[in-house]
Ligand binder design. Structure first.
Ligand SMILES: [Zn+2]
Length: 253
């Protein structure tokens, strides 16, 4: 079964709270799945960059794991934000953008257009779009996040085994750094202060919503893009403690 078919297959079988955050440019509904009942909420997004589809399989593994476990928090998984982009991988295997050639993780209204690798030209990666939140997928994720009011967001990307935690807000930095430290303890990944980042989902969550948000770059840097589906299990093993450790910090008083 291909990845998109598996997404909807899982959606149809899923017993818990589920729904769609919105629709892609090409008309695919973007599913979310909610697992757990605790007081705090965590949004976990993956595959906003098409070629990083291994993160979608990773989300599936996390969903399967937490389905039968008692969690302290409510996890909202959006396994594939960029469904249209995944479709394009059949022709361009290292494609990152959406169907309109916009890199969705540069399209959020947070220091829009100031990122180090930002481009102003349509392409397979790094094009920021005509204006902030110009893309349907971007707006869907923003609306869903505002509605859900998460206490923490995690953006799963590939690759490099790194944790990006910072954006620009000095006041929030220390509090957010504690989450990065927990993530480091859980995974052994390296913390990176990514000041070159702009327009990303995590950037927007920190900038607009003032909530702690981390980007987790999974998969060893020696792997080449796109990382195959088969690696998801290995990655999952490595980050197994991530959610429980972050929950510890969430409930720290
Ligand atoms: Zn990425």
């Amino acid at each position: 079964m291909d990845l998109i078919s598996e997404l909807y297959y899982r959606y149809n079988l899923f017993n818990g709270e589920k729904g769609f955050i919105g629709t892609t440019h090409c008309g695919y509904k973007i599913p979310y799945f909610k697992i757990g009942k605790g007081e705090k909420k965590i949004i976990v997004t993956s595959c906003i960059h098409a070629r990083e589809f291994v993160t979608a399989y990773l989300s599936f593994l996390m969903m399967d794991e937490y389905k039968n476990k008692t969690l302290k928090s409510q996890l909202y998984f959006i396994p594939i934000v960029n469904i249209d982009g995944v479709k394009i991988l059949n022709e361009i295997p290292d494609y990152k953008a959406n169907a309109r050639g916009v890199d969705l993780n540069t399209n959020f209204p947070a220091k829009f257009g100031t990122g180090k690798f930002n481009l102003k030209k349509v392409g397979k990666e790094n094009y920021i779009g005509k204006f902030p939140a110009s893309e349907e997928e971007t707006r869907a994720l923003m609306d869903f996040t505002i509605k859900t009011k998460p206490d923490l967001t995690l953006s799963l990307h590939a690759k490099g085994e790194e944790i990006y935690y910072d954006f620009f807000d000095e006041k929030l930095k220390t509090a957010h750094y504690r989450f990065a430290l927990k993530a480091q303890k859980a995974t052994g990944y390296k913390i990176v202060e990514n000041l070159a980042s702009a327009g990303g989902y995590k950037d927007w969550c920190i900038h607009a919503l003032k909530i702690p948000s981390l980007t987790i770059e999974v998969g060893e840097d020696t792997l080449s893009h796109p990382i195959e589906k088969g690696y998801a299990r290995k990655i999952h093993k490595k980050i197994k403690r991530l959610i429980p450790y972050l929950e510890e910090e969430l409930y720290e008083k």
